[in-house]
Design a protein around this ligand. Structure first.
Ligand code: MRU
Length: 360
């Protein structure tokens, strides 16, 4: 499995996903400014991967710095985490990871037994834990999702899944969320086929998901986004499984642009629609999806593909990177590392597990 993030001996490298599938080039990241740039430019993308790179970027810079006092360390790290949150506004995982670190910093600031160096080491370890835990959570999401889908298949059949965008090892610390469910189905011999959408305008499906599926030899077919309704009408699709960038209290879900129209088509064709995510993608501070900030990307990302113009280059474009799928269209359920549940149960299920308001 190709890794989006390599972190060894406190050195961080990210795979430049803008160059995939043609070349696999890793870029070293040594400070928070570079971290912001690799996230903003989408060299690293996908909600969990963004959060992982952000906290590891803080860790590698921290490792090289000395601080006069614990108060100074607290202020610097807090400011860096706030700055990193300006890189991409829709995915919530980065804010939740930042809150986990800031809350730990606050506790340590009050602990007189800890030196400034102890505090620095503890923060670096916390960032490393966030990264390490991400893959374990993905494996659990995969297992819960696969079991649930298998239990709902008719006897003797295998699942055919439609997915959108890239939610695999390239979007996480490894394995993947929606793609993790697909991987688990495949490993259990219960996957008939996967259809992945191209995912215009940035083609995460064609460039990244297709690449991961082929690499793992998972039986799969690429379709254009405009073929979804026709696919549902003419082929057997057991379920749609997608990822998420932010799920709010009523279950409304922000994910890659195009997710909403797939959910509308799925409802019409009575195909269960699932969203797979770690709990760190939940934002219970917002009641409904109307309040989720939707990032708009530059026109050039629509008018050009890898430097080649596709449209009149000075054409006006509307380029929202995400849309919001209303909870009522998430008919299959929410797949998390803690199990699968109905979207209406989200708030109750998650808030009973809440630890000090930190969702990571
Ligand atoms: C496990 S990744 C879930 C989502 O982050 C994914 O579906 C998505 O929308 C990614 O968008 P991107 O703009 O590529 O960062």
């Amino acid at each position: 499995m190709l890794e989006a993030i390599k972190y060894n001996n406190r050195k961080l490298e990210v795979l430049d996903q803008l160059k995939l599938p043609h070349s696999c080039t890793y870029q070293g990241v040594t400070n928070v400014t570079q971290t912001w740039e690799v996230i903003r430019s989408m060299k690293v993308r996908g909600a969990p991967a963004i959060a992982n790179v952000a906290v590891l970027g803080v860790a590698v810079e921290l490792n090289e710095k000395d601080f006069n006092s614990k108060e100074q360390l607290y202020e610097v790290v807090k400011e860096q985490l706030e700055y990193l949150q300006t890189s991409r506004p829709t995915a919530i995982n980065l804010r939740n990871a930042a809150n986990r670190i800031i809350s730990l910093l606050s506790v340590q600031l009050q602990d007189n037994k800890l030196s400034v160096n102890d505090m620095k080491e503890r923060i670096i370890k916390e960032a490393e834990d966030i990264f390490r835990e991400c893959k374990m959570k993905n494996l659990a999401i995969g297992e819960h999702g696969a079991s649930h889908i298998i239990n709902h298949l008719s006897t003797g059949s295998q699942a055919t899944i439609l997915t959108h965008c890239n939610t695999g090892s390239l979007a996480t610390a490894g394995y993947g969320t929606a793609l993790g469910v697909i991987r688990s189905l495949h490993l259990r011999g219960m996957l008939a086929h996967v259809y992945c959408t191209e995912t215009r305008p940035y083609n995460q499906g064609a460039r990244l998901t297709a690449f991961e599926l082929m690499h793992d030899k998972i039986p799969s077919t690429l379709i254009c986004d405009s073929m979804v309704a026709a696919l549902m009408k003419s082929k057997e699709v057991s379920a749609v499984v997608v990822g998420a960038d932010r799920v709010v209290a009523n279950g409304d879900t922000a994910n890659k642009i195009g997710t909403y129209q797939i959910a509308v088509c799925a409802k019409y064709h009575k195909i269960p629609f699932y969203v797979a995510l770690p709990v760190s993608t939940v934002d219970l501070s917002l009641r409904d999806g109307g309040a989720i900030p939707i990032e708009e990307r530059p026109s050039v990302e629509m008018t050009y593909i890898q430097g080649v113009p596709l449209a009149p280059t000075d054409m006006n474009c509307w380029n929202p990177a995400f849309d919001v799928t209303p909870a009522e269209l998430i008919t299959g359920g929410i797949i998390t590392e803690r199990g699968v549940f109905k979207v209406q149960e989200l708030e109750k299920k998650i808030s009973t597990d809440k630890e000090d308001g930190i969702w990571y």
